[in-house]
Ligand binder design. Structure first.
Ligand SMILES: Cc1cc2nc3c(=O)[nH]c(=O)nc-3n(C[C@H](O)[C@H](O)[C@H](O)COP(=O)(O)OP(=O)(O)OC[C@H]3O[C@@H](n4cnc5c(N)ncnc54)[C@H](O)[C@@H]3O)c2cc1C
Length: 338
């Protein structure tokens, strides 16, 4: 029987650590219990929302509905071939524990995604990415409940519509699919991907050139730059890196000759949002308990008792300022729930 909690504090359920509550809260551990939770909400005309570990969410107030946090667990090998392994992980598995397991088993592919907070179930939703790898590179298929007919479905990698921090789970009809498990295709041997930032340099310094050391290198780099959500509330990058037209970039470059840029190969150019925010003077700025992280201005932090609304208002000031100064619109990477 699924327990549905009343008036549930979500302070420890999001990494921003804002003090908000949900009218109801449930943690289904099976696909059947998940279906029960949704049906229960629909029968009562409650709104509902699916969360993982809350590391990409900002609630701006109490949630007058049912928060459903799927905790379907388990990591199993579904196919073991000579060079490749297919591994299924439940949506409720912690992402980094899954990566650690892959590295222990000497399965290649997930190591550059070490230490990203959150659950396995959320990984395909925003196609998590770091250090030159995205979840889409290793996902074979995603197992879901289709909330239109409450039936299980399998969505192949190509049908997931993966893009930069995007997928059909996020755009199109958000909420249509609830992820119950993800199946990953991992290699038993593969070249390590080191060509991103200072990864190669730090990796070589570590001595043994193996999978385990690449994971440790990534963990060290992340720990040196990003705030630990257990100590300082945050949800990682607040904004996406904007991708602008080549002619818009030329205008930007005429004013800022050193503007960092990454051509995307489609006549468009990606600009680091952190550079825009720093150049606009927001790096390390603090207003009350909200601020940008001094080592990485793309991360907005809760220094203590900030409310979701204060964090949102601060983020909007940054967005407006970037638009005024550069003519570039920043899109949120964090999902806002108001
Ligand atoms: C310090 C820090 C560093 C970070 N670094 C990175 C990074 O390097 N790269 C990166 O890509 N992200 C990064 N993030 C963002 C975050 O870790 C990812 O977005 C992560 O995938 C969120 O997982 P979650 O379980 O916390 O999902 P939540 O934040 O709870 O939810 C995120 C979205 O996924 C949906 N969702 C969750 N579970 C399911 C499910 N089972 N079925 C359907 N929808 C679901 C939610 O409805 C919501 O829309 C970082 C965050 C922090 C705090």
């Amino acid at each position: 029987m699924l327990k549905i909690h009343d008036n549930y504090s979500l302070k420890d359920n999001t990494t921003f650590g804002v003090n908000i509550a949900a009218a109801w809260y449930a943690e289904p551990t099976t696909a059947e219990a998940l279906v029960f939770a949704i049906t229960h909400a629909r029968e009562r005309n409650w709104k509902y929302y699916i969360t993982g570990e809350g590391s990409n969410l900002l609630f701006t107030g109490d949630f007058e509905g049912l928060i459903i946090h799927p905790l379907v667990k388990g990591i199993t090998v579904v196919d073991d071939a000579a060079t490749e392994v297919l591994v299924k992980a439940g949506a409720g598995e912690n992402w980094d524990r899954f990566v650690a397991h892959c590295v222990e088993q000497q399965w290649y592919g997930a190591e550059n995604l070490s230490l990203i907070p959150g659950s396995v179930g959320a990984a395909p939703v925003q196609n998590i990415g770091a250090y030159g790898v995205e979840a889409k590179d290793i996902i074979a298929w995603v197992e879901v409940i289709n909330t239109k007919n409450m039936q299980p479905e399998v969505i192949s990698n190509t049908a997931c519509g993966f893009g930069y921090r995007d997928s059909i789970f996020k755009h199109g009809e958000p909420g249509k699919y609830i992820v119950t498990a993800v199946v990953f295709s991992l290699k038993k041997n593969a070249p390590l991907l080191l060509d991103y930032g200072n990864v190669k340099e730090l990796f070589i310094q570590r001595g043994t050139q193996d999978l385990h050391n690449l994971r440790e290198t990534i963990i060290d780099i992340r720990n040196s730059k990003l705030p630990d959500p257990c100590e300082t509330g945050n949800a990682g990058s607040f904004f996406k890196n904007p991708v602008i037209a080549a002619n818009e970039f030329e205008i930007l470059r005429s004013r800022y000759a050193a503007a960092p840029n990454y051509p995307t190969g489609t006549g468009r150019v990606k600009i680091p949002a952190a550079w825009l925010i720093e150049t606009a003077g927001w790096k390390g700025k603090r207003e009350g308990d909200v601020g940008t992280w001094p080592k990485q201005p793309l991360v907005i932090v809760n220094y203590g008792n900030a409310t979701g609304r204060q964090i949102f208002d601060f983020s909007e000031k940054i967005r407006l300022d970037i638009l005024e100064q550069f003519g570039i619109t920043l899109d949120r990477e964090v999902t806002l729930i108001s």
